[in-house]
Write a protein that binds this ligand. Structure first.
Ligand code: SIN
Length: 317
């Protein structure tokens, strides 16, 4: 039975619904090229700031014991937006795999985001922008996604500049009132056509039992959690926004994917595409082929031929 894993995000077709989570394997051109050559359906760049950044001191990423996930406090190491703008200008949009390019922007201020969005608007490229309101790891810079007023004000400025469909990378929310408030804001902006749920669960602390030491160096060991342990939080956020966003707006799921099974769950919760972060970091770009195969096997066993047949159809008791 032929199974269709294709999807469309922001009006752009992806040959399959898997891509990397921004931040993993996407800072440098050679890493992005590995994604182009992988079986992913698309790729997204590392969140860019106005100027290049080295990020936080190392060690700043660690897998957690028992393969339950990871902790990171990278601190937005990136090459500066001009590097990614240049990459987007030279990207072969007709590459044989037909993968679209997503560009992630994480200005350290509204002014930075404004300048970067203006530059991408002026370049008028077929890439899709995702504005990251949810990096938990830059000391002294709280996540915009947790400040509803600031987020709405930022969108009031950025939406008309971008002037075409774009998305937002969100932090996890943990309260129904916050799902309601955030969704009401996104529903006011026609160009906000997708939200990506979730960025890492911010400011966890992982400690090694033997050495009695935090696993990562920045911020006294505090960092964002990813991987399997965040799956239920990710699914809840995907589903909460799937239920609340106006028709035409989509959710990209991110968090807790280690196999085709978790991708299936993200789609059941309402995801239109699914990103892989920690598992990509641990396994490399071969993860896309494996996960895709597992998803196809699962869908075949359940008798589904396309992701539309079960997207958002999670049953409740
Ligand atoms: C980081 O660079 O610290 C991670 C990026 C993010 O969480 O948005």
């Amino acid at each position: 039975m032929a199974v269709d894993l294709s999807t469309t995000i922001a009006g752009v077709k992806l040959p399959n619904l898997l891509l990397n989570a921004s931040g993993v394997n996407c800072r440098f051109e050679n890493e992005l090229q590995q994604l182009v050559e992988s079986k992913s359906g698309s790729l997204i760049t590392k969140s860019a700031t106005l100027n290049s950044r080295e990020g936080n001191p190392e060690p700043r990423y660690a897998p957690l014991a028992g393969s339950i996930g990871s902790i990171n406090s990278m601190g937005l190491p990136n090459q500066g937006y001009e590097y990614y703008l240049n990459y987007a200008k030279n990207f072969d949009y007709n590459n044989t795999a037909g993968k679209p390019l997503f560009i992630s922007l994480a200005g350290l201020s509204l002014a930075e985001n404004k300048t970067m969005c203006e530059a991408f608007r002026d370049a008028n490229l077929p890439c899709v922008l995702e504005v990251n309101f949810s990096c938990p790891n830059v000391p002294g810079k709280p996540q915009v996604g947790y400040d509803m007023e600031a987020m709405e004000q930022a969108l009031q400025v950025l939406d008309p500049i971008i002037g075409r469909p774009f998305g937002i990378k969100l932090p996890p929310y943990f309260d129904i009132a916050h799902f309601d408030q955030a969704a009401a804001i996104f529903n006011k902006f026609d160009n906000v056509v997708f939200v990506t749920c979730i960025n890492s669960v911010g400011n966890g602390l992982a400690i090694d039992l033997d050495s009695e030491t935090a696993l990562i160096k920045p911020k006294d060991g505090f960092g964002g959690l990813g991987g399997l342990l965040v799956l239920p939080t990710a699914l809840a956020n995907v589903n909460a926004f799937y239920r609340r966003l106006k028709p035409g707006k989509q959710v990209i799921g991110c968090g807790g994917v280690t196999s085709g099974k978790e991708v299936f769950l993200h789609i059941l919760a309402g995801a239109s595409a699914v990103e892989i972060g920690t598992q990509l970091m641990e396994e490399g770009t071969g993860v896309f082929e494996r996960v895709q195969k597992e998803l196809v096997e699962l869908m075949t066993a359940k008798g589904y031929k396309s992701v539309e047949e079960f997207r958002g159809k999670v049953k409740t008791l």
